[in-house]
Design a protein around this ligand. Structure first.
Ligand SMILES: Cc1cc2cn([C@H]3C[C@H](O)[C@@H](CO)O3)c(=O)nc2[nH]1
Length: 224
């Protein structure tokens, strides 16, 4: 049983733009018995009582973004508060990126009207105050929008087919403002920045270094 000095569980969230390599990063931890990996529950978003909210959001964002982001926030709280037997819980994205990246961008784009954004904000604030949401550090897979745009297209996720480069540039900007400039919302934990523009092979060395530190349960200083 691996645990650090205090025996405290370690909660890590992995953040980054669409196509920044989060899934590849999380894959590396799958075989560690003492690390519990919680990928984004995208299949729940695709099937909320038979409705593909993700698809609806991308088809008609004005109409469906509020419903989609409300459900995302619910599933994030469910994952943040899910008890696991592991010493390390590694989660893909968080209630924070839900609020400070995606909802923030949709507010800027006037896709979510102010009254709806106010409701999401109440859920966000209530959740932080009333549920056990712990984050010990944030791994930020930092990328350039042009690179992730290329990757997103090659990956070819059905619902993402029509996402323009501009949206990825906007999402990049809100991630930078939240995690680097700290000009949006609040950053709940120290940020470990990984330059995730590198191709899969060369980035693995970077991940390995981080892997060792996570398993030693100490946040590492992964260079950018
Ligand atoms: C927390 C959070 C994750 C998340 C993902 N997405 C979208 C981006 C991708 O196209 C897809 C999977 O990450 O869902 C979103 O619109 N809003 C979100 N909020």
């Amino acid at each position: 049983k691996m645990s650090n000095a205090s025996g405290k569980k370690l909660n890590v969230i992995v953040e980054g733009n669409i196509g920044s390599g989060k899934t590849t990063f999380l894959e590396r931890f799958k075989d560690y018995s003492d690390v519990c990996v919680l990928a984004e529950p995208i299949d729940m978003w695709r099937n909320c009582n038979g409705n593909n909210l993700l698809g609806l959001m991308y088809q008609d964002s004005k109409h469906w973004s509020f419903s989609f982001q409300s459900y995302v926030m619910l599933t994030m709280v469910q994952q943040h508060t899910l008890p696991t037997p592991c010493s390390v819980k590694l989660m893909e994205r968080s209630i924070y990126s839900a609020r400070y990246c995606f909802v923030e961008q949709m507010k800027k784009d006037k896709i979510i009207a102010e009254p709806s954004a106010a409701v999401l904000d109440e859920w966000f604030k209530w959740s932080l105050e009333n549920t056990k949401i712990d984050v010990d550090f944030i791994v930020y897979l930092r990328t350039s929008p042009e690179i992730v745009y290329e990757r997103m297209q090659t990956r070819g996720r059905e619902e993402e087919k029509k996402i323009p480069l501009g949206y990825l540039q906007d999402l990049h900007k809100v991630h930078e403002e939240w995690l680097m400039d700290k000009t949006i919302g609040h950053c709940p934990a120290p940020v470990i920045v990984i330059d995730a523009d590198q191709d899969k092979t060369s980035i693995c060395k970077e991940y390995e270094k981080f892997e060792v530190d996570v398993l030693k349960m100490t946040p590492c200083k992964v260079g950018v």
